[in-house]
Design a protein around this ligand. Structure first.
Ligand SMILES: O=C(O)CCC(=O)C(=O)O
Length: 326
């Protein structure tokens, strides 16, 4: 059990994900025991590997990220730790700059990181395009429970969530629903929200999780994640970053995704996370214009994705819909 079962400052209407009562189980003792590692992942949908990443490589990546954030006026670096300046990161182009920086690509080439990833995956990794730099300022951004593979259906990737600093309860961290990867696709879809112009609002409004989607007591997290930890997530594992409840600190983490190099590759998996998100939203718009009922939108999207059907080729889209709905 975690020391308290309600995070400081939780809103009354916060979802059960904000009240995680159990602590995630670490699997680092099985790092060289393939069978136990695979069995734990298959049963729980995650692997929490404590301090297995080279901390110098993590610190180097953190410094590169902080330099970008400082240049965009999001943090100031005049003490031991960067401080939030009050600038809303979403109102800057820091994310776009980081996305094209090549920093995570250099990080995974670091020999110690490459060796660790290969040990965890049991194969050489093939990185898919959707890495996400996360810099969560203390803005009131509510948690957004999701499954990373919802818009990448069938891509057999593992998600690597890597804290770039020590992340305690006040900074928020990540909570996950143990075993939820065995429950199929959980988000509900509201196609009307896909019409909203702000992509972040559209994403959150279009794909949402009902409060009782999984048992309240399946939500788990670590009390403190450390720089050097690696949290591996199954693409169907329900999880969310938690609100940053500090006043002046920015939570830094990165999500990197890879599949085993020997697994089949899909072209959709090579898109960036922003392209994946935009394509998902556009698909929901097109499919609902074509009269696909709400409860079948994701099934039909899976077919479009598998066949890589261009959304502007409406006759092809209609053929896929007809086949999927019969
Ligand atoms: O780090 C965060 O704030 C959220 C991480 C997350 O949701 C993810 O890894 O998909």
């Amino acid at each position: 059990m975690l020391p308290n079962n309600r995070l400081a400052g939780s809103q009354e209407d916060a979802g059960p994900w904000e009240r995680s009562t159990c602590e995630i189980e670490a699997a680092d003792e099985w790092l060289d025991d393939r069978e136990s590692l695979d069995a734990f992942y298959a049963e729980h949908g995650y692997l929490y590997l404590r301090e297995v990443l080279d901390t110098n490589a993590v610190a180097e990546l953190r410094k590169k990220v902080v330099d970008v954030l400082e240049r965009h006026g999001i943090v100031s670096v005049d003490g031991p730790e960067p401080r939030w300046t009050g600038t809303d990161p979403m109102k800057t182009s820091a994310r776009a700059e980081l996305d094209s920086s090549g920093h995570w690509e250099a990080f995974v080439e670091h020999p110690a990181i490459a060796a660790c990833v290969e040990r965890v995956m049991g194969d050489a990794p093939f990185y898919i395009g959707t890495a996400v730099y996360r810099f969560m300022a203390p803005t009131p951004s509510p948690p957004f429970p999701h499954q990373d593979g919802f818009l990448l259906p069938g891509v057999p990737f593992m998600g690597f969530w890597i804290p770039l600093m020590d992340v305690d309860e006040t900074l928020g961290g990540l909570t996950l629903a143990d075993g939820s990867h065995k429950r199929g696709w959980l988000p509900k879809i509201d196609p009307a929200a896909a019409m909203t112009d702000d992509p972040k609002v559209a994403q959150r409004g279009t794909f949402y999780i009902e409060r009782d989607a999984v048992a309240d007591d399946s939500w788990c997290r670590a009390v403190t994640y450390r720089a050097g930890d690696l949290l591996v997530l199954h693409p169907q594992l329900l999880h969310t970053g938690l609100a940053n409840r500090t006043t002046d600190r920015v939570r830094l983490s990165i999500d990197i995704r890879a599949q085993r190099a020997s697994a089949p590759r899909t072209s959709g998996a090579l898109q960036s996370s922003l392209q994946t998100q935009a394509r998902g939203l556009e698909s929901m718009r097109v499919l609902s214009q074509e009269g696909v009922p709400e409860n079948r939108l994701h099934d039909v999207f899976c077919e479009l994705f598998a066949r890589d059907t261009p959304l502007d080729d409406r006759p092809a889209v209609r053929r896929v819909i007809a086949e999927a709905l019969t």
